[in-house]
Design a protein around this ligand. Sequence first.
Ligand SMILES: *[C@@H]1O[C@H](CO)[C@@H](O)[C@H](O)[C@H]1NC(C)=O
Ligand SMILES: *[C@@H]1O[C@H](CO)[C@@H](O)[C@H](O)[C@H]1NC(C)=O
Ligand SMILES: *[C@@H]1O[C@H](CO)[C@@H](O)[C@H](O)[C@H]1NC(C)=O
Length: 439
Amino acid sequence: MRFILFYLLGLLSVTSLTQGASNLICYYDSTSYLRKGLAKLQSSDLELAMQFCTHLVYGYAGLKPDTHELFSLNVDLDMFHYFEVTDLHKKFPQLKILLSVGGDHDVDEAHPNKYIELLEANRTQQQNFIDSSMILLKRNGFDGLDLAFQLPRNKPRKVHGAIGGYWKQFKKLFTGDFVVDPLAEHHKSQFTDLVMNLKNAFRSANLMLSLTVLPNVNSTWYFDVPKLHPHFEYINLAAFDFLTPLRNPEEADFTAPIFLQDEQNRLPHLNIDYQINYWLHNHCPAQKLNLGIASYGRAWKLTKDSGLSGLPVVHETYGPAPGGLLINSVEGLLSWPEICSKLAQNSSAQYRGEMAPLRKVTDLTQKYGNYALRPADDNGDHGVWLSFDDPDFAGIKATYAKGKGLGGIAVFDLSCDDFRGLCTGQKFPIVRSIKYFMA
Ligand SMILES: *[C@@H]1O[C@H](CO)[C@@H](O)[C@H](O)[C@H]1NC(C)=O
Ligand SMILES: *[C@@H]1O[C@H](CO)[C@@H](O)[C@H](O)[C@H]1NC(C)=O
Ligand SMILES: *[C@@H]1O[C@H](CO)[C@@H](O)[C@H](O)[C@H]1NC(C)=O
């Protein structure tokens, strides 16, 4: 009898292990609808991606300071585009469509702490957030809300390169006092309370609630994992941008390694495995977690002192390299099709100078990520070091997520994947690769 029970349990656990990750959460940055030329993502492109996605997340709504209401950051666009997007329900009845708030797109220089202020607000004030959310979601046909709150970030490590004078002026911006939150313990319990109240209201309105943990928002500070996870449908860990050329102008490294490469003084928490394990060890069910993958890369400017090898950690970098043409608002950020166009097709190509291709270095260990580089020329110009996940490496991450028994993958975002098929002719190659390796 005992033997049979044991046998049955064994079967059950085998079944749960082989059941692949099933969620593919697709973030959609709606401002890509307003981009020019090849970067403009049309509604028909969006529709094409929906054969792969289980959830579509419309980014992003904002938080009004003082009144704490959820509101549209671009009324001219959202007044018709919300409906255009939620109309995808008709063609894809299984698809869940959520609206996300924050996501680093809700930039309000006059109120940099407004998300913290929402946490600190009293119950009456927080009810404004809850009520306004329910109205906006219901009125526009959304299935739920994704909380991508812009909470204070982990402090990037200071490095002092020989040529960092320019960046030192900006130190305050990146390592300033606001980054460290002396009231984090309070904010953590306030966040839990807000989420509980929000969930109670949403439950009766049949609305979903999900959490997105933005890059470098420290889960230890803000998220009481055991108390929080029951209130969320799922939790997306945006486990990338651990280093960026804006936060870490003077050293370049893998932006989203799966594992810690325990050398060169790397910080132990700046990798996917650490972040996933943190949530798992704090009793979040694996099925509730989705691993976030970026479909863009980050480029640093190399100097003559950065050396020729490109082997990370690369020192003496000088902030971001020029960004892509598609998303020219963010320095050092390149979408996958832009990265693809810069990689050499020809192994005997010349790797110096402005027009020269970048040499890709594939991570054969499949643990840390791929990168590409072009060393600076003799005048110290045109050097680039680029960390990115191509469709292959995104697939490796999907395999990792499956091995961990996670619920799925979250892609940030559709507009940085190659939705036109410029690279190989195949549209949405990153999303496709993830879908393939998740199954
Ligand atoms: C909540 O805070 C607002 C603004 O500070 C204040 O006007 C109001 O009286 C407070 N309500 C309660 C119930 O404490
Ligand atoms: C939060 O930050 C501290 C200090 O930098 C670090 O030790 C800890 O591992 C971080 N937690 C997570 C989940 O990254
Ligand atoms: C590869 O690059 C070399 C050197 O720049 C050039 O001579 C050759 O024609 C290129 N081959 C192809 C197939 O583009």
